[in-house]
Design a protein around this ligand. Structure first.
Ligand SMILES: *Cc1c(COP(=O)(O)O)cnc(C)c1O
Length: 344
């Protein structure tokens, strides 16, 4: 791996971050706070939230079996994705490499930050070899994006291939494990200590059932996390989000139950789709959705919209012609979808 000093943008390396009132005083013994121009009335919303979310991070560290210094929290994974560009990629000079097809935000954020995006097509089994990704890199490649389980295909990317990319690439590898709770594959966050160039993304939006609160996580070396913290907005995660995340972490056995039921429903839905004459293929999945190749994705999508049922039409995505992406809902939602499709 190149040194972090060479990978980080020079202006970010030199940056003196904004120092907020709650950064400068972070002890717990004071009782009169006249340092942040807050209003003394309207508790608890009158106070700025903890800029580094220490209490919440301590809970997440236990659940995820990593250290608090290895955690960045942001306004959804979207913030962690955008920050990767802002920390590492010089506009119009550096580039990033990613598997294709994959989650759309990596490219959108590349375009916003004026950074070249180099997609590398998966094979017909939606897999990739390390050598193909590495061959797309040059001296200015700062990041390789790998989403596993991948969206929209649903499958996990071969773990050995990802490991080889992490070991052989001299820049940053970001493995987006938004769906790893639904998979049996060992998550990469547990191997952070072995890989100083690895960033792992997790989210509260999927298995944890909290898409509304906008809370994403990036796990990496304390050195990388320190750079993220320097660049993020001072109070990027609001109080309500921090409080609600603590609530769901207390109820984590509910999350285990949700995941168990969703995986059962996933098996049931895949069998049912395999029996539908209008379904040509269901792709293997490790996520809370599956990709299905249909006889005519557009017509089936339009018909479902008329029935008040919305799935994701992926027919215009590379390698996904005539494919619909189906999220696993609750039993009655799933049954309603199946009943509608049987009438098509
Ligand atoms: C849904 C999803 C996320 C979650 O994004 P948030 O901003 O945390 O809601 C991240 N990565 C992938 C691949 C996803 O599909």
């Amino acid at each position: 791996m190149k040194s972090l000093e060479t990978l980080v943008r020079p202006n970010i390396l030199a940056l003196a971050p904004y120092s907020s009132a709650r950064n400068e005083y972070s002890g717990h013994t004071a009782h009169v706070f006249l340092d942040a121009n807050e209003n003394p009335y309207n508790k608890p919303f009158n106070r700025y939230p903890d800029p580094l979310q220490e209490e919440l991070k301590a809970q997440i560290a236990k659940v995820k079996e990593i250290k608090t210094e290895q955690i960045f929290l942001g306004n959804g994974s979207d913030e962690a994705i955008d920050l990767a560009y802002r920390c590492f990629c010089r506009p119009q000079i550096d580039n990033v490499v990613a598997i294709e097809p994959t989650y759309g935000m990596y490219k959108v954020c590349a375009d916003i930050n004026d950074v070249e995006y180099r997609p590398v097509l998966l094979d017909e089994r939606y897999q990739i070899e390390a050598a193909q990704l590495l061959a797309a890199c040059d001296d200015h490649t700062k990041i390789i994006w790998i989403c596993s389980p991948n969206n929209p295909t649903g499958n996990s990317i071969n773990r050995e291939a990802i490991e080889e990319v992490i070991n052989r690439f001299d820049g940053i590898v970001i493995v987006d494990e938004a769906y790893s709770d639904f998979s049996q594959v060992r998550p990469f966050r547990l191997d952070l200590a072995k890989h100083p160039n690895l960033i792992v993304l997790n989210t509260f939006s999927k298995a944890w059932g909290c898409a509304a609160i906008r809370l994403g996580m990036a796990f990496a070396s304390p050195e990388i996390i320190a750079i993220y913290n320097k660049v993020k907005y001072p109070y990027n995660v609001n109080l309500l989000t921090q409080q609600q995340a603590m609530e769901v972490l207390k109820a984590r056995y509910d999350v285990d139950d949700w995941v168990r039921v969703l995986k059962q429903e996933r098996s049931r839905m895949i069998s049912a789709f395999n029996d539908l004459p209008i379904c040509l293929k269901v792709y293997p999945t490790d996520a809370n959705f599956f990709l299905a190749r249909m006889t005519d994705a557009q017509a089936i999508y339009d018909y479902l919209v008329d029935c008040g049922i919305i799935v994701r039409n992926r027919t215009r995505v590379s390698l996904c012609q005539n494919c619909l992406r189906i999220t696993i809902g609750n039993k009655s939602e799933n049954n309603e979808l199946l009943a509608a499709l049987r009438q098509f």
